[in-house]
Design a protein around this ligand. Structure first.
Ligand code: SF4
Length: 482
């Protein structure tokens, strides 16, 4: 998928005025976020599990080379094939090559963000191969010609009416809108035949277990199991960080992933794949291929201050908790990964200069950090990226701040560093902005704060500082006590 991170402001402002999408985004909070809070409250050792999850990921990422080698050996011992792809192009070409060599006509896909990075479905279709998404949300998005809106709910922004129009050529404005069960039946009737004729499947990987060579898939729809057992070739694609050392570690990670993603204790299906079908087995693929993709992750690995982002298990909890994501929606982020984690991963993987708006799309409230099941300190990394765009000290080409902006912040810093300077600055600002106000509010401010008043009013600076109000109050309280 080609990054469109430069369009953040435009896409965000479009979403902000779209009432239907705003309503759909509410569900992200009331459904997923509140579900996660309830699931966490009902799990006695929740904080202990989060700490354990973080320790497992920290350890694995610190010894990634070792565990990748172990995983490759284990998969091959199980009869599978492993391919390490340096970037999306290499991964795409490898999978296209497999499809062509095996005369594949139809590929079914289950949900995988890594395959979005590769733009795999489009590449297969361009090569004359039928490629169909089988996760319901992904199928809807494919029919709409869009990209996923959320890590675990790709079509969360679509209304039932939108979905009906996509699934049925006969649906017209004014027709009764089918309910969710009817819509699912409509999709099922279309997809069933595709499952039957597919000769290859491409799935994602929630976790790959290094010691056993197993891959785990967490789904709430039966498409994952159909994809891993019906076609004769199964290709699983993963980012190189999606690895855990052992089955015991997998059990911890599944518990925190599922609760954080949907608030369930366990998802409808947790599928374990251990390579191709064995001679005594009745179903399963004849061939199993695991494609492990780098695509810039080595840059995250090399940067000690950004490495923690590789701990992400793509549960989506930070998106659901984020007040910014819940307003601007998933497409504003302009690449595969939206929300707070996308604001860290996209700038590093696709280039900070074009994605410099993303680290700024945060109130730094810390809700993402509190929600994250592996305790990734997202605000710290957002600040790191902001610092880079402001100063350009890691790579001068990354600096996006103008001379004017830097001068304003230098003056601000100078003012904030001394008590007297701060008081004087506040007094001067109070006097200067008073003529612009009407009824205590400034409705149209001049630069550099003109952007603020486009969508909201700017308050007058209070005639008394908080400190002076507090000191009067303290004096009163002391007198009362005496
Ligand atoms: S950063 Fe944490 S909360 Fe966000 S998707 Fe990744 S694991 Fe989940």
């Amino acid at each position: 998928m080609k990054p469109q991170t430069t369009h953040f402001r435009f896409k965000a402002s479009q979403t902000l005025v779209n009432d239907q999408i705003q309503q759909s985004l509410e569900h992200v909070y009331t459904g997923f976020h509140e579900g996660r809070l309830t699931a966490a409250a009902n799990t006695d050792n929740w904080e202990e599990l989060r700490t354990k999850g973080k320790a497992i990921k920290d350890h694995t990422i610190a010894h990634l080379d070792h565990y990748l080698d172990l995983l490759a050996d284990s998969v091959e011992k199980n009869g599978g094939h492993v391919f390490f792809a340096d970037d999306a192009e290499e991964a795409r070409q490898h999978i296209l090559g497999l499809a062509k060599a095996n005369d594949v006509k139809t590929v079914i896909k289950s949900k995988s963000m890594v395959s979005e990075e590769m733009a795999l479905a489009d590449a297969l279709i361009d090569a004359g191969i039928e490629a169909v998404e089988t996760d319901l949300g992904e199928y809807i998005i494919q029919l709409a010609g869009e990209t996923p809106y959320h890590l675990i709910a790709p079509a969360v922004h679509k209304s039932r009416k939108d979905v009906a129009a996509l699934l049925s050529d006969d649906f017209k404005d004014g027709d009764p809108v089918p309910d969710a069960v009817q819509l699912t039946r409509m999709a099922r009737s279309k997809l069933r035949a595709v499952f039957e004729r597919a000769d290859m499947s491409v799935t994602g990987v929630n976790f790959a277990v290094a010691e056993s060579g197993s891959i785990a898939l967490v789904t709430n729809e039966g498409n994952g199991r159909m994809s891993t057992s019906v076609p004769r070739i199964h290709v699983a694609v993963m980012g190189m960080e999606k690895i855990v050392p052992s089955i015991q570690d997998l059990s911890t990670m599944l518990r925190i992933l599922i609760r954080s993603a949907t608030g369930q204790r366990i998802s409808t299906y947790v599928t374990m794949v251990n390579g191709p079908r064995k001679p005594d087995e009745e179903d399963g693929p004849e061939e199993f291929h695991l494609v492990i993709m780098n695509n810039g992750r080595d840059r995250l690995l090399a940067e000690t201050r950004m490495r923690e982002s590789l701990n992400c298990i793509r549960c989506g909890a930070c998106l659901n908790a984020c007040p910014v994501y819940r307003k601007v929606g998933g497409h504003a982020y302009g690449w595969v990964y939206p929300g707070p984690i996308g604001s860290i991963v996209s700038p590093v993987l696709t280039g900070l200069k074009d994605a410099s708006n993303l680290p700024n799309a945060s109130s730094l409230c810390g809700a993402c950090h509190s929600a994250c099941p592996v305790k990734i300190n997202i605000p710290r990394m957002l600040l790191e990226l902001r610092w880079r765009t402001a100063e350009g000290k890691v790579d001068a080409r990354e600096r996006t701040s103008s001379i004017k902006e830097r001068a304003v912040w230098k003056a601000w810093r100078f003012g904030m560093m001394g008590r007297r300077r701060f008081d004087l600055g506040a007094r001067v600002a109070r006097i200067m902005i008073r003529p612009l106000s009407r009824g205590g509010w400034i409705k149209k401010a001049p630069p550099p704060i003109s952007g603020w008043t486009v969508t909201r009013d700017f308050p007058l600076i209070s005639p008394k500082s908080l400190k002076s109000l507090l000191s009067v109050r303290t004096k009163h309280t002391k007198r009362d006590l005496d």
